[in-house]
Design a binder for this molecule. Structure first.
Ligand code: ATP
Ligand code: MG
Length: 180
């Protein structure tokens, strides 16, 4: 499994539709300060279900929508699409290619889809949970997060290990079942 393409439309500084093609192996994004490198990483976290505006370096979720510049009017929605190569069947879904899409409208309301079919956040989280990707997954390590991991308590460290081992999904299911 590997990430194939990431498309940003109206997400943060990416007003026009922009597609990054990723190959297996290492991809580096380079560019001057403020050119949008971290915004690309934010888009990746966001499409995988990130819910924290702060994690996305904003005050509120609508801050991910292109806010306009002197040359260009603000947009009414942000959309990010992530296509994953699933030829090896890592993702528990009968497709060799999986596209996850997330859209947020400025007036409120958001949508997820998996291969074009409307989906819930939960569906996206479950799809990605055994891969170590997705919400609360430490597959994206921000600059200040190394300190957090190094100074974690034993309980927190256990959480990281459970997550890597794929236990977290079952714990969440159990919690949901108990609270019904
Ligand atoms: P550095 O090298 O300093 O880390 P970077 O390439 O990571 O820079 P980013 O943080 O990705 O840069 O991009 C910051 C830019 O994105 C700023 O110019 C900011 O104004 C712009 N930006 C962030 N959110 C929005 C938004 N909603 N609408 C328009 N522009 C935005
Ligand atoms: Mg940056």
């Amino acid at each position: 499994m590997h990430l194939k393409t990431l498309t940003l439309r109206g997400f943060k500084s990416f007003a026009s539709s922009t597609t990054l093609r990723l190959e297996p192996g290492i991809t580096c994004v380079v560019g001057p300060n403020g050119s949008g490198k971290s915004n690309v990483v934010d888009a990746l976290a966001w499409v995988m279900g990130e819910q924290g505006a702060k994690t996305l370096r904003g005050g509120q979720m609508a801050d991910v929508i292109f806010a306009g510049t002197s040359a260009r009017a603000p947009l009414g929605r942000a959309q990010v699409e992530l296509t994953i190569d699933n030829a090896d069947g890592t993702l528990p879904i009968e497709y060799s290619e999986v596209t996850i899409s997330r859209t947020l409208f400025r007036g409120g309301g958001s949508e997820y889809s998996i291969n074009g079919a409307s989906a819930r956040l939960l569906d996206v989280q479950e799809l990605l949970s055994d891969t170590g990707m997705g919400r609360q997954m430490h597959v994206i390590v921000g600059q200040n997060q190394l300190d957090t991991i190094l100074s974690a308590t034993p309980e927190e460290r256990r959480g990281f290990i459970e997550e890597a081992a794929g236990v977290l999904k079952h714990r969440r299911r159990k919690d949901r079942a108990l609270h019904k």
